[in-house]
Write a protein that binds this ligand. Structure first.
Ligand SMILES: O=C(O)c1ccc([N+](=O)[O-])cc1C(=O)O
Length: 458
């Protein structure tokens, strides 16, 4: 009943899917109804906080502390980060005035890997909650960007003496979360692994899709990254008649180097994963729509060109893969009032030809990169993952459905619909011949942005 109490006090939230967008400053209020700010997440309305863990990439510690309500501002916070050497020293220096903030450096032993995972573990008097999200712990990520999150139910404590395997969900979320945390091999996380074991996660209806750095062979190849996603789609979705006409959509805020042509990774192993539906041995080639902001999208955004500071696609990478840009579609999100709130959210999905249904939906920290998703090596006998990533997969079978209907008007949120709130407009809008993908390290000085400025990177 504590869950009902909190839910009844909190803003009316669509809790079928527990998928929420961040509030965006400056939108008509209806487009923020049902959206959440970080201060909402940390509010006593969701639980009486005892301690928390913040997994992230970029931190403003003083700003983060201020996002906790005063009564929780001195509760211990463990920061899980990937910084090394001088960057680590700067991060620890930020927390000098805050003795309740502790740090754990995630191992990054493979070059070019990052600790990209964004997750909150919230331990309350009443139980435990997990939030998996796309926002960094800096003001700019919670101001005028499109960001998303999955918020778990409140997980109650298990009765004393319960077996550790108790409290498992139909999607094995408890086992998979514990295995992900164990992959850090960090002493600071041991007590959190123990705490989670003592809680009942059985109401969880999403599958965990994680990446953790390493080179994996044999059965371990399917534990992380895109081969994990392929395994889940193989086991928990079903073939669809005419599936070759069901487009795949990938939407992201950064892009890695993917080789000289599409067969090197994108249209090979990655497409094989994204087009998996059940155990059919067909390998269709459905349309693949990639959503990534154009220069005009950035120039006309609420933030203007500075939004491009969080869209780190470099000219050095782009010029090696011009073939990629033919897949690109603009960022357009009138349905959520967020066409001008640049995306930092990352979503992947499989949609029906008429764009009214979903075969599955993934929200994740993972951008379009081999570092995040993993790449096969050694004649496909090994997969190499460079970064930590975390996301959750929604499949209709976990919600007793065959497909998810898409809610074409997700705002203002209404508990009446069972539709999935896809945050951007469908069908996607192709780049015009004049559109170019946003590249963050070249100049744009022909036309000013919404603030009257031009972009001249140093
Ligand atoms: O999410 C992103 O789009 C992103 C892209 C690249 C890097 N990076 O190069 O470390 C960090 C982030 C981040 O915001 O976590």
């Amino acid at each position: 009943e504590s869950e009902d109490f909190f839910e009844s006090c909190t803003p009316r939230l669509d809790d079928t899917y527990r998928f929420y967008l961040n509030k965006v400053t400056g939108l008509d209020r209806e487009y923020n109804s049902g959206a959440l700010h970080i201060r909402d997440l940390l509010s006593p309305l969701f639980g009486t906080l005892k301690e928390s863990v913040q997994f992230n990439y970029c931190f403003d510690i003083a700003w983060m502390v201020k996002q906790f309500p005063p009564e929780f501002r001195d509760r211990p916070v463990l920061i899980i980060h990937g910084d090394k050497r001088e960057a680590k020293a700067r991060l620890l220096q930020q927390a000098q005035p805050f003795p309740h903030v502790r740090f754990c450096q995630a191992k990054l032993d493979i070059a070019f890997g990052t600790h990209h995972t964004k997750m909150m573990l919230l331990w309350y008097e009443e139980g435990f909650r997990v939030i998996i999200l796309t926002s960094n712990l800096i003001r700019a990520d919670w101001y005028q960007k499109t960001q998303g999150m999955w918020m778990s139910p409140l997980f109650p404590r298990l009765p004393e003496g319960s077996r550790p395997s108790a409290g498992e969900s139909p999607t094995f979320f408890k086992r998979d979360l514990l295995e992900y945390l164990a992959s850090y091999r960090a002493p600071e996380l041991e007590e959190w692994i123990q705490r989670i074991k003592e809680h009942d996660l059985s109401e969880t209806r999403v599958y965990l899709v994680a990446s953790t750095p390493g080179r994996y062979v044999g059965p371990d190849m399917e534990r992380w990254g895109h081969l994990r996603l392929r395994k889940l789609l193989h086991e928990h979705t079903n073939p669809i008649p005419g599936e070759e006409r069901w487009p795949v959509i990938g939407q992201f805020s950064s892009i890695g180097s993917m080789g000289a042509d599409k067969t090197k990774w994108l249209a090979g192993e990655f497409q094989r994963t994204l087009t998996t539906l059940g155990k059919s041995s067909l390998h269709p080639s459905p349309p693949i729509h990639l959503l990534y902001p154009s220069v005009e999208d950035v120039r006309l955004s609420l933030e203007g060109f500075p939004a491009g500071g969080s869209l780190p696609y470099s000219i050095q990478t782009a010029q090696k893969q011009l073939w990629l840009h033919s897949y690109f579609h603009r960022w357009k999100a009138d349905r959520s009032g967020r066409s001008h709130a640049m995306p930092h959210i990352k979503t992947y999905m499989r949609v029906s030809p008429d764009f009214t249904q979903l075969a599955w939906f993934l929200i994740t920290s993972a951008n379009l990169s081999k570092a995040a998703w993993g790449a096969l090596e050694k004649n496909n006998s090994q997969v190499m993952v460079r970064s930590y990533e975390l996301g959750v997969l929604y499949v209709p079978s976990a919600f007793d459905m065959k497909t998810f209907p898409i809610d074409e008007t997700p705002f203002p949120v209404s508990s009446s619909t069972s539709g999935f709130p896809v945050p951007f407009d469908l069908p996607p809008t192709s780049y015009s011949p004049k559109d170019q993908p946003w590249i963050w390290n070249i100049s744009y000085s022909q036309e000013p942005d919404t603030h009257g400025n031009i972009w001249v990177p140093s």
